[in-house]
Ligand binder design. Structure first.
Ligand SMILES: N[C@@H](CCC(=O)N[C@@H](CS)C(=O)NCC(=O)O)C(=O)O
Length: 157
């Protein structure tokens, strides 16, 4: 893994025409350019939405690591709560300000939000992000039923 990404993190993409790429935002932009998929047509709005989703994912992953990788006596419940608090407040911001973008043409921002919310449900089903965020919850119900989301559901456990 370090051979592809010196930070020893996934995802990393090995390619024939240059060094490996890492960081999901970089990989997504590369794949979009190769496919001509037009997933960044929304400009800065799309990128800020993607960054918000990435922040949700990062906070949720950090909480997961604290809960699953550290011995229980070393875990900080306050820190876990703070990370999941970021998840919920970012979801409230999406619900308040981003619904029309989320309901517009498919872009990388929507995909990132869909993936982040699916991860939160997978690892932190009690995070409570739906409370008060009904428009976002409704949108996600539609998004997660897409064949691509169903086909890439993680196995239980
Ligand atoms: N910003 C990076 C985050 C990547 C990341 O944190 N990956 C986690 C798995 S979800 C990882 O490989 N962690 C291993 C580690 O931190 O050592 C991205 O979007 O690609």
């Amino acid at each position: 893994m370090e051979a592809s990404n010196p930070l020893a993190k996934i995802p990393a993409l090995e390619r024939g025409d240059g060094p490996a790429l890492y960081d999901s935002r970089v990989i997504c932009e590369y794949l979009n350019a190769r496919a001509g998929a037009g997933l960044y047509a929304g400009g800065w709005d799309t990128k800020v939405l993607e960054a918000t989703a990435d922040g949700i994912m990062e906070a949720a992953v950090l909480a997961t690591y604290e809960m699953r990788m550290r011995p229980e006596e070393k875990q900080s419940p306050e820190w876990i709560k703070a990370q999941l608090g970021k998840v919920v407040s970012a979801c409230s911001a999406l619900n308040a300000r981003w619904m029309s973008h989320l309901q517009g043409p498919l872009d990388i921002g929507q995909i990132a939000v869909g993936c982040a919310l699916a991860y939160v449900d997978f690892r932190h089903p009690d995070a409570g992000w739906r409370t008060g965020n009904e428009a976002l919850a409704d949108w996600f119900k539609g998004f997660e039923s897409r064949p691509s989301m169903q086909a890439t559901r993680p196995p239980e456990g």
